[in-house]
Design a protein around this ligand. Structure first.
Ligand code: HEM
Length: 237
């Protein structure tokens, strides 16, 4: 049952994600609209996109609080997910021993960053005015995942050995079972269900900025309209 659900969740994610990327890629960009000052060469555009992904450049220029919260969240998320590999990989690479403490601190930073983003949305009038229910839903869902994770980490321990066996069982497609005896295991099941909801809804949500950033004409166009004529895809035939 768990195996079937896991494949279903990952399947919906992969098909949905690929479909959205296809839509982005096939959407024509009729105008030259890079946000200036913009790079005048292709390698400049690659560098621009890299700094955008690595440092959240334009967010930094636009909104320091949003930048601080989201940079803390995304940076910490990378470490948290890296540490989670221990549930899916056997034997673990040697470097794993060295990232354990950093991974736990990252869990705290991740939840702190999300808290900051939620406070910003609630406390700043003009941000609250443009916030939709979905904006709150994502923050609350991620806070639920992070909060239940920290609860398991610091307060109520789940049966980690059984959890690893269940996750490894999903790979080999044998029938994996979830532990349900201790309180910590119920928290784990809540953690897992929230993660499943996140993965299934991902392709239908604003979280698609993960792939969408690379298709944004204001970021991925070379600023060369004087050197090279930009042909509107609708006008070319
Ligand atoms: C199938 C996927 C996942 C499984 C099986 C899983 C399992 C767990 C478990 C068992 C813990 C407790 C760690 C311990 O007590 O040592 C934990 C902690 C945590 N989880 Fe997850 N988790 C999953 C996905 C995620 C995702 C996608 C996120 C973030 C969006 C996340 C965020 C956290 C955080 C922040 C912690 C606390 C810090 C830490 O221990 O690393 N988890 N997770």
């Amino acid at each position: 049952m768990l195996t079937v659900l896991a494949y279903l969740v990952v399947g919906i994610f992969l098909v949905g994600f690929a479909h959205r990327i296809w839509l982005y890629a096939s959407c024509p960009a009729p105008l030259k609209i890079p946000t200036t000052p913009a790079p005048v060469t292709t390698s400049g555009v690659v560098w621009r996109l890299f700094t955008e992904v690595a440092f959240f450049n334009s967010l930094f220029k636009g909104d320091k609080w949003a930048w601080a919260g989201s940079y803390a969240f995304h940076g910490a998320l990378v470490l948290v997910l890296l540490r989670h590999l221990r549930y899916f990989v056997e034997p673990l690479p040697a470097f794993f021993a060295h990232i354990q403490i950093a991974g736990i601190v990252a869990g705290l930073v991740m939840v702190g960053g999300l808290g900051l983003l939620l406070l910003r949305r609630v406390l700043i009038d003009r941000v609250r005015y443009i916030s939709s229910p979905a904006d709150y839903l994502w923050l609350l869902l991620l806070l639920g995942i992070g909060g239940s994770g920290l609860l398991m980490q610091f307060c109520i321990r789940p049966d980690i050995v059984h959890i690893k066996a269940a996750m490894m069982g999903m790979w080999s497609s044998t029938e994996a079972t979830l532990p349900t005896l201790m309180v910590g295991d119920f928290i784990f099941i809540a953690h897992l269900l929230m993660v499943a909801a996140l993965i299934v809804l991902f392709p239908f949500s604003k979280l698609m900025h993960l792939g969408g950033i690379f298709f944004s004409p204001t970021r991925n166009q070379v600023d060369n309209p004087r050197e090279k004529r930009h042909v509107n895809p609708w006008a070319s035939n």
